[in-house]
Write a protein that binds this ligand. Structure first.
Ligand code: AMP
Length: 402
């Protein structure tokens, strides 16, 4: 077997997603998820060659133990020798990191310092990098930042309407996230219309548990709905998205909320979950809406879709032309209901859905979902892991001059 596969690692606070990918064609040799880390129930699930395997993760049940468990499986399957590098998803790269970067001591320090902007995510990402360095001491480690694609946003898009010193002195500005996903689907959409990405303008909607909408002009991000943190923008699974900031003072002054309670409420108890009172899972809400005519479920779907349609329409202000809209993420790729509701709000922009194509393009199937006389909208299944593998591979090839 060739030895140019990339092991892609995506560390969450209590999970580790991994894939072993051929960077040249995106083929996944092995993939899986270690979850419930930091608890005695920590387990690892591995998919390889059409088979699934599950194993307990030994004490101390942390990211290091999960990676050692993964290495043991890779050894058993005789796959260690085919790994040429490790690519890490790192959530926050701040202003300094707008390209994939070879990890060294300075980069680790920067990722640690940037944890002030993304405390949960960057800390977990760094833990994964350190664990991977220990497990694969001879392999290069590359960080691919979720914020990087949005570093092309102009100042007018990333500056908040608050005192400028807060940006200059403390880095308080809009950064945006899901960059790897928006970049991937834009590349794929450009291929569909047979135009170089640098000549394309799209609005992409990454709709999953986290949601963001991005305006892409000449292949570059020029605005995006997530901000300094992943709380701004459209409504999400459990996150509120935009609210009147005055609500926070009302909660503190009139209803005696603590900052921790507000943080929890806005990040974990709002969005689809908060409005429906049913679930953050779009499927459960759709079932309650269709099968039981639940009015809260109907309202949650209405608010969700209306806010996304408004974000899409607002981004026409960032563009001079629009080749089409792209839907991606767990909801964007699978929910014909959500896509139909969003596009029906956008008839003024000449979007007309093709109901049959909208039903067909689900569950991993990508394609055009608008009629012939409409402006284009596509469903495109995202593949962040492939981008991370590809960018890791390209960076190392540049460095070694291969
Ligand atoms: P992600 O964060 O990208 O994994 O997306 C998770 C979201 O996708 C959850 O809200 C799921 O309910 C939603 N999702 C997955 N499959 C479907 C489906 N068939 N119909 C509607 N929503 C779905």
């Amino acid at each position: 077997m060739k030895n140019n596969f990339i092991l892609v690692l995506n560390c969450g606070s209590s999970s580790l997603k991994f894939s072993l990918i051929n960077p040249e064609n995106g083929a996944t040799l092995l993939s899986g998820l270690a979850e419930r880390l930091a608890t005695e129930q920590a387990i690892i699930n591995i998919k390889y060659d059409g088979k699934k395997e599950q194993a307990e993760i030994p004490a101390p049940f942390d990211h290091q133990s999960a990676i050692l468990s993964l290495v043991a499986h890779l050894k058993k399957l005789d796959l260690v020798a085919c790994i040429s590098a490790i690519g890490h998803r790192v959530v926050h790269g701040g202003e300094a990191y707008c390209h994939p970067t070879l990890v060294d001591e300075d980069v680790k320090t920067a990722i640690k310092n940037l944890a002030r902007l993304a405390p949960l995510h960057n800390k977990a990402n760094l833990t994964g990098i350190i664990a991977a360095e220990a497990a694969f001491p001879t392999l290069p480690q590359v960080a691919v930042f979720d914020t990087a694609f949005h570093q092309t946003m102009p100042e007018k898009a990333y500056i908040y309407g608050i005192p400028y010193a807060l940006y200059k002195d403390h880095g308080i500005r809009r950064y945006g996230f899901h960059g790897t996903s928006h970049f991937f689907v834009a590349q794929q959409a450009a291929k569909r219309i047979d135009k170089p990405l640098e000549q394309c303008s799209f609005i992409s909607a990454h709709l999953g548990n986290g949601c963001s909408v991005t305006a892409i002009k000449d292949g570059k991000s020029v605005d995006t709905s997530l901000g300094m943190t992943p709380l701004e923008g459209v409504m999400m699974g459990t996150r509120s998205g935009d609210i009147d900031p005055g609500i926070i003072f009302h909660l503190v002054n009139q209803l005696n909320y603590s900052t921790q309670e507000i943080d929890n409420m806005l990040n974990k108890e709002s969005g689809l979950l908060g409005v429906s009172g049913i679930s953050n899972d779009c499927r459960a809400i759709e079932t309650a809406y269709i099968e039981y005519h639940n009015p809260q479920a109907a309202l949650a779907l209405d608010v969700f879709c209306y806010r996304i349609a408004k974000a899409i329409a607002s981004y026409t202000a960032s563009l001079t032309e629009l080749d089409g809209i792209i839907f991606t993420g767990g909801i964007g790729e699978n929910s014909n209901i959500i896509r139909e509701k969003i596009l029906s709000q956008l008839s003024l922009l000449n979007f007309k859905i093709d109901l049959e194509a909208n039903l067909t393009n689900r569950f991993g199937q990508s394609g055009l979902i608008t009629s012939d006389e409409s402006r284009a909208a596509w469903v495109i299944a995202t593949n962040e892991e492939w981008v991370i593998a590809e960018q890791t591979f390209q960076l190392l090839n540049q460095k070694t001059g291969i």
